[in-house]
Write a protein that binds this ligand. Structure first.
Ligand SMILES: *[C@@H]1O[C@H](CO)[C@@H](O)[C@H](O)[C@H]1NC(C)=O
Ligand SMILES: *[C@@H]1O[C@H](CO)[C@@H](O)[C@H](O)[C@H]1NC(C)=O
Ligand SMILES: *[C@@H]1O[C@H](CO)[C@@H](O)[C@H](O)[C@H]1NC(C)=O
Ligand SMILES: *[C@@H]1O[C@H](CO)[C@@H](O)[C@H](O)[C@H]1NC(C)=O
Ligand SMILES: *[C@@H]1O[C@H](CO)[C@@H](O)[C@H](O)[C@H]1NC(C)=O
Length: 278
């Protein structure tokens, strides 16, 4: 009976000990598992099998072409299921699928011959306009998984053409194809006439602005040249500065600045000749 009791006691102790050790073991394994898992996710991020590369930032010139490159490389061989350049709105611009290139814009796909470790997809955006600025995403679906990278494209300033006209009461400056938005500052000699001018901006579908500024003048004030300058607040600079030699009498053809200048010279020469003759 004593023996039996001691057996039961021992069995109980072993049972309890066993449970304790199981609980202890599970907790150890459990916690080490957690450590292991987080280690694993960390290492997977730092040493990816598949490396996708794009330039994070690209600055394009207005009206020019810009190329965006997306390079994929891997230490192991991989098969491409789909490789694409798309807009932030997921509009596919060019895509390589089942070995075929499908594109709406200029797009080039290049693999090193007999090499399943590298591939490049090049997107060319032509005639860059403000409306084409933004995020472009390169995405790869491959036998080694899915990856994506982005490139943010921004634009330098744009300036198209300049035009000016004047009549008895007004001088007007027009800057076409401007980006970013701007305003016009007026000077005549040392006086700043900006506050007396009216400036209007219009934006077209490409994101370019036409900036038109009109200054009311006193007929007698036209003898001194005016300067109209295109100020771009976002860039904190003048994109263009135009000196306008306007003459007092009404001019039949006021559409071009050079003809006005020519007439101004003619009048100067004329005055000099009259003086010379006298
Ligand atoms: C931009 O690309 C287009 C299409 O290939 C080409 O016709 C044009 O000449 C290029 N423009 C410039 C400025 O390189
Ligand atoms: C002169 O030009 C301004 C703007 O360019 C226009 O509003 C105005 O009517 C013109 N005045 C005359 C007398 O032609
Ligand atoms: C452009 O700038 C002018 C002056 O700075 C401002 O009055 C106008 O509202 C702006 N236009 C747009 C479309 O942002
Ligand atoms: C002329 O006046 C405008 C507006 O008041 C100002 O922004 C600009 O800096 C002035 N330009 C000069 C050369 O003083
Ligand atoms: C800007 O000016 C150009 C040249 O005069 C003209 O063709 C174009 O329609 C204008 N754009 C807007 C939005 O007014």
């Amino acid at each position: 009976m004593f023996k039996e009791l001691s057996f039961i006691l021992r069995a109980r102790t072993e049972f309890v000990l066993g449970w304790v050790s199981i609980v202890w073991f599970t907790s150890i394994v459990g916690s080490s598992n957690v450590i292991h898992l987080s280690n694993n996710t960390f290492s997977r991020q730092s040493t990816r099998e598949l490396e996708l590369q794009t330039s994070p930032q690209v600055v394009a010139q207005c009206g020019k072409n810009v190329t965006l490159e997306c390079d994929v490389s891997s230490s192991s061989e991989f098969d491409i299921k789909k490789f694409a350049w798309m807009t932030a709105e997921s509009k596919h611009l060019c895509q390589l699928e089942d070995g075929k290139l499908d594109h709406k814009v200029l797009c080039e796909s290049k693999a090193e011959p007999l090499n399943k470790h590298r591939h490049r997809l090049t997107l060319t955006l032509t005639n860059m306009m403000p409306a084409n600025q933004g995020e472009y995403i390169c995405k790869l679906y491959s036998s080694l998984g899915v990856e994506n990278r982005r490139t943010v494209v921004t634009l330098e300033e744009c300036l198209g053409s300049f035009d000016f006209s004047n009549n008895q009461s007004h001088v007007e400056c027009q800057f076409h194809g401007v980006y970013p938005n701007g305003t016009v500052h007026w000077l005549q000699g040392s006086s700043n006439l900006t506050d007396s001018a009216t400036t209007q901006t219009e934006q077209d579908q490409h994101g370019l602005y036409n900036v038109t500024s009109t200054l009311k003048v006193q007929p007698g004030d036209m003898s001194q040249p005016y300067t109209c300058s295109l100020w771009i607040p976002a860039s904190m600079k003048y994109l263009s500065s135009q000196k306008l030699d306007v003459v007092k009498p009404p001019i039949p053809d006021t559409s071009s600045g050079s003809s006005v200048k020519l007439q101004w010279i003619c009048i100067m020469v004329g005055t000099l000749m009259v003086k010379f003759i006298i």
